[in-house]
Design a protein around this ligand. Structure first.
Ligand code: PMP
Length: 361
């Protein structure tokens, strides 16, 4: 296959072609310095500049307030499931989790190892097709933090509201929605996101933390798991994922050039609306997710017939529309339409869905 395909994978997923082409040009000789970013010492002036400008550009595009620190770490969002309770269970050792999907549940289960962890609400009984509404009074008054998964990659849901937790720091997994729409960072105590959807290649996880929450890891915590170490060493305590950070930085620049997150959000809303409108009006397909809780990034749909779903995914692939199968745990279809998926990808998908519907009804 010579041509690039429309890749609807939930992650790792499509990245902007211009950025990859530019990286390819610089792959063996970055900016005339005679070596690849991959070959560069992380202590070199060139890499320090790459890291600093990546952080600066991320701060600009997310409007990150000055009292927040940014870390580029490894271990994926999964390691954050452990680092968060280790670092943030600092007084009562209690935390509340809202269970809106498999990732939220994994975060909740991991946290159990470290304190008194409560599931304050869950939509599991309905297969996570909606986001529960939790009021301020329902949170444990002395909880050290509340954890949410803002966008649920597998089920295609997204919080239509930011829970009001009062003075309790709100911690959020933004892995599958970061940089897709505007988020007010000041509403959160901590935000984390794996890179492999809207940021860049897998291998980097971004953590944004309010500075009063740093410095509470217990003395016996493994050193890599202490946020303070990474903040004090500006993500350079050990060798950071250099190439991944470089790519992330190039994508942040690219987002700036496109007009920032508000410009992307406008397009993302158009892409998602087109697809949901088509699904809602079709006789063959349906979307199980409550309308107000639908994700802009992961559009889940089914035909209601598993054999037909499989046929759909297979024929779509043959038509150049790849990775439309739903998560292995739920089946059906899922079109992940992250920032790098162009409108033409959504249009081509809808055209294919129409043709498939005509041939199979
Ligand atoms: N949280 C969410 C919302 C995810 O979508 C994923 C993976 N797709 C994870 C956490 C786990 O991330 P990782 O594989 O980077 O550990």
């Amino acid at each position: 296959q010579k041509e690039r395909v429309y890749n609807f994978s939930a992650g790792p997923s499509m990245l902007p072609l211009e950025v990859m082409e530019q990286a390819a040009e610089q792959l063996t000789n970055y900016n005339g310095c005679g070596m690849s970013v991959m070959e560069m010492s992380h202590r070199s002036a060139e890499f320090e500049e790459i890291l600093h400008s990546a952080e600066k550009n991320l701060r600009d595009i997310m409007n990150i307030p000055d009292n927040y620190k940014v870390m580029f770490l490894q271990g994926g969002a999964t390691l954050q499931f452990s680092m968060i309770p280790i670092n943030l269970l600092r007084k009562s050792k209690k935390a509340d989790y809202i269970i809106t999907g498999a990732w939220a549940k994994k975060a909740y289960e991991e946290a159990q190892k470290f304190g008194e962890i409560k599931a304050v609400a869950s939509s599991e009984e309905s297969n996570f097709t909606y986001i529960p509404e939790v009021k301020k009074e329902e949170f444990t008054p002395d909880a050290d933090y509340v954890h949410i998964t803002l966008n649920n990659t597998i089920y295609g849901t997204r919080y239509p509201y930011i829970p009001d937790t009062g003075d309790i720091p709100l911690v959020a997994d933004l892995s599958s929605c970061i940089l897709s729409d505007e988020v007010d960072v000041s509403k959160f105590g901590l935000i984390y996101a794996g890179a492999q959807k809207n940021i860049g290649p897998a291998g980097v996880v971004i953590v944004i933390i309010r500075d009063d929450l740093i410095g509470f890891a217990p003395k016996n915590a493994p050193i890599y798991l202490d946020y303070k170490i990474h903040v004090n060493n500006e993500s350079m305590y050990n060798t950071p994922p250099t190439f991944g950070i470089y790519m992330a930085g190039e994508i942040f620049k690219h987002i700036k050039n496109l007009g920032g997150v508000p410009a992307l959000e406008r397009i993302n809303r158009q892409k998602a609306k087109k697809l949901y409108d088509y699904i809602d009006n079709s006789k063959l397909y349906s979307c199980p997710v409550e309308v107000q809780d639908r994700s802009l990034m992961n559009v889940v749909f089914i035909t209601g017939d598993e054999t037909l779903d499989k046929k759909f995914t297979k024929e779509a692939k043959a038509a150049g529309l790849h990775n439309l199968g739903g998560h292995r745990s739920i089946g059906g279809m899922r079109a992940s339409i992250y920032n790098a998926m162009p409108m033409s990808g959504v249009d081509t998908l809808i055209a294919f869905m129409k043709k498939f519907e005509a041939e199979n009804s």
